[in-house]
Design a protein around this ligand. Structure first.
Ligand SMILES: [Ca+2]
Ligand SMILES: [Ca+2]
Length: 193
């Protein structure tokens, strides 16, 4: 293959890569704010279904006192993973709240968690997902494709919170694209040098 053929082939590949990237960006992250979109379900067996997308998904709401909990579920499609869950905002007189996760479309048990974390002001700006993974050692962060249900609870006091769920393409996808570009660019650059 001549250099000109290689360059034309590379151009076609770049267009393809750009198309894939744009398509992925089109499924961008979302904002769910209870003040705008309504209270999330408090039923562990009928959670609110959220359509999270790639990039940053922000969830803002409140729980407690009494039995006001928030339970929601979302599905990570193939070739995506949940990289982190960052606490952006938090306010509660108790300063101790609970976030649990189940690898399921419901939260079947209120005491047998797949992963969990107790969090408060000290966790602002921190990734909670790694602590949840370490809590029982049943999974590792990041989370891969699948359906996960989350439960936010505050025992006695009003709690307001904002969480950011960071969803990104699987490393293998980006790695394969970069590897393909490297294989294409390598011979072309060597011939031109
Ligand atoms: Ca709520
Ligand atoms: Ca609720």
């Amino acid at each position: 293959m001549t250099v000109s053929h290689t360059v034309r082939w590379l151009s076609g590949m770049l267009v393809g890569v750009a198309f894939v990237c744009c398509a992925n960006n089109a499924r961008g992250g979302m904002l769910y704010d209870e003040a705008i979109h309504g209270d999330l379900s408090g039923d562990r067996f009928s959670p609110s279904v959220l359509e999270f997308g790639l990039n940053e998904n922000i969830l803002r709401g409140s729980v407690g006192p009494a039995a006001e909990d928030d339970v929601f579920t979302f599905t990570l499609p193939p070739e995506t993973y949940l990289a982190s869950v960052v606490l952006l905002e938090y306010s509660s007189p108790a300063n101790t709240s609970f976030l649990g996760v189940q690898h399921s479309d419901v939260y079947g048990s209120s005491f047998n968690h797949w992963g969990y974390v107790s969090f408060g002001q000290d966790h602002l700006g921190n990734d909670l997902l790694s602590s949840m993974a370490e809590s029982r050692g049943l999974f590792e962060a990041p989370l891969g494709p699948g359906t996960y249900t989350w439960w936010i609870d505050e025992y006695t006091q009003l709690e307001t919170y904002a969480l950011r769920f960071d969803i990104v393409p699987e490393p293998s996808t980006a790695f394969m694209l970069l590897s393909a570009l490297g294989l294409l660019l390598g011979p072309a650059l060597r011939r031109r040098s």
